[in-house]
Design a binder for this molecule. Sequence first.
Ligand SMILES: Cc1cc2nc3c(=O)[nH]c(=O)nc-3n(C[C@H](O)[C@H](O)[C@H](O)COP(=O)(O)OP(=O)(O)OC[C@H]3O[C@@H](n4cnc5c(N)ncnc54)[C@H](O)[C@@H]3O)c2cc1C
Length: 421
Amino acid sequence: MKFPIKTFKRGDQIIAFPKNTLEVSKLLKFARKYNYEILPIGGETNRVDGTKPQSNRTIILNFNKMKRIEEIDSDNYIITTQSGALLKSIQQVADKKGLFFPVNIAPSDKCTIGGNISTNVGGLQTLRYGNIEDHINGLEVVLSDGTIIDFLSKLKKDNFGPKLWKIFCGSEGIFGIITKANLKVIPKKKYRTTYLIKVHSLKKSVRLLKNLRRKFYDNLTSFEIIFPIPSNYLFDQTDDEYNLIIEIRSNYEHNYKKELLSSININYFKVNKIEENISNSWIWKKREELVYNQSKYNFQQKFDISLPLDKWTVFINKIELFTKNNKSFTPYFFGHLGDGNLHCNFKIEPNTKKNNLMLSKFVYQLVIQNHGSIAAEHGLGLKKNNLLKNYRSKNYYNFIKKLKNHLDPDFKLGKNKLFKA
Ligand SMILES: Cc1cc2nc3c(=O)[nH]c(=O)nc-3n(C[C@H](O)[C@H](O)[C@H](O)COP(=O)(O)OP(=O)(O)OC[C@H]3O[C@@H](n4cnc5c(N)ncnc54)[C@H](O)[C@@H]3O)c2cc1C
């Protein structure tokens, strides 16, 4: 038995660095024949144990040698890239051509396009631009038996069969390996203004979002909210107020600054900082710090949920009542109010299994009752592989299992990821 390409050892694991799609295909055929599992990894920044090997008969596919950005087609607004390219590299090559790839998350210098697509990454501008699935025009994938399928396309109109590549977005590598992508880019907007605004209540924040969306729909790119407890840590404040980060992008030098400020009622909102066309933003750095502070201050029970806009205050009122009656739980909430995604995290004292279960059950049921999602942007991985069975309909659960059985009958790709085998 000889590996079809050179491999290395990483602890108990075997690690391979394929250079192209054909080498990925050869490895998958080999894995099937000699009973190995395959685990694709990108920058390993996922938060759900999606890149944790489950057996020592695992070949880890590392995409470090598949980073080539093959073409930037400014006429068709398409970038063609191998899946190991870093998100940051895509943003940079687009920028050099006066184009914009509208997906951004904090670890953009570590995560790869393949990992981003597999987790259907959202990020800080989902409000305006959507998730990465909205910026893909086609993919090349390799199935578990080594079959290479070329779904690549630069065409805008192409209904020559359904867009089957879509099932690979957000499926965390369990249906196949992504080896190439056609990414959609758009012309870059010239001006960017970021506001840090303090406000007394969630209700007023929701009202402001609705109002700004109506006025600036195309230009309102971010609307982030930071609840009182994380705000107190982040800004050394003691007044238990909320903070909002709002961003407007346009091609007009005035960038709607006057209009935006006049939409903000100064009785309720205080504009604390404005940054104009700054590449090294203090405000967005603070937003990143907020994420790292969760662990620093021990808010380790994390829920990544989303809710329709009209349900946010209902949800938060119920949570506030729950934490008032259960002193073991201290909330640390922040999120992308603009796209409905709330990072709803807690410190639990005492941190017992019973308390953990009680909190999870309460939060998940409340989200479902309010027509939300209990896995908004971080996916399921191994960490949350019980949720589909417990909280999706039986028909949904059976359908995904059937699909998996069809595409990967031997469970070579991510056994127990998303749902338990
Ligand atoms: C600080 C921080 C902030 C974040 N912010 C956001 C955010 O704002 N919005 C958001 O949506 N997400 C966010 N995330 C999570 C984000 O989805 C992932 O971190 C990122 O997309 C994963 O990319 P990666 O290259 O690191 O993939 P990895 O973590 O290496 O892998 C992720 C999954 O994809 C699979 N995979 C990797 N490459 C391939 C491939 N080529 N083919 C098939 N499957 C593959 C892996 O097996 C794994 O299941 C954040 C994470 C961090 C750490």
